[in-house]
Design a protein around this ligand. Structure first.
Ligand SMILES: CC(C)(COP(=O)(O)OP(=O)(O)OC[C@H]1O[C@@H](n2cnc3c(N)ncnc32)[C@H](O)[C@@H]1OP(=O)(O)O)[C@@H](O)C(=O)NCCC(=O)NCCS
Length: 131
């Protein structure tokens, strides 16, 4: 997961292996394979998408769309009835993916993300029912 993150997040700080390890030890679970994965966390009846990434050499092949279906299905089995996520407002590929997976915008956190160059980017919040 850290290797894929390092390959895709070149202008923002990728998550290190120990950060993934800590999330996994604290209730998150991962879905995917060596080319594409999602890390999510279920709390009561809600599941949050923490991150999703496809290695650059495998993008636009439908992998993330398939993984989106897989983690929502796994979360449903664990009792989740609602899914939510946050995405940088300038991350157009991810926003297009989430729209394609029936997530709808439901809020904005102004200046939530800070780029390495200091520029602040809004976080778009999105959610969908899992019923
Ligand atoms: C966002 C990301 C996970 C998409 O992965 P992917 O495996 O290439 O996505 P898919 O091939 O399953 O695409 C599914 C749909 O998402 C949308 N989409 C994906 N990439 C897109 C792009 N670059 N531009 C526009 N739409 C895009 C399209 O609707 C696409 O369907 P289509 O190919 O039939 O048009 C990938 O671009 C990535 O790893 N980005 C960097 C990490 C990141 O930003 N993660 C999200 C925030 S944590």
């Amino acid at each position: 997961m850290a290797a894929i993150h390092a390959a895709v997040f070149v202008t923002t700080r990728p998550w290190a292996a120990h950060e993934f390890e800590s999330l996994l030890y604290n209730g998150a679970f991962a879905v995917g394979n060596a080319d594409c994965f999602a890390l999510v966390r279920v709390a009561l009846d809600e599941v949050e998408l923490l991150t999703i990434a496809t290695h650059p050499t495998h993008q636009r092949q439908g992998l993330a769309h398939g993984i989106m279906t897989d983690w929502q299905s796994a979360a449903r089995k664990r009792g989740a009835t609602r899914a939510f996520l946050e995405v940088a407002a300038d991350n157009l590929p991810a926003i297009a993916l989430y729209h394609a997976c029936e997530f709808k915008p439901n809020g904005l956190r102004p200046g939530y993300y800070q780029r390495d160059n200091g520029r602040k980017i809004d976080a778009l919040m999105m959610a969908r029912a899992l019923t």
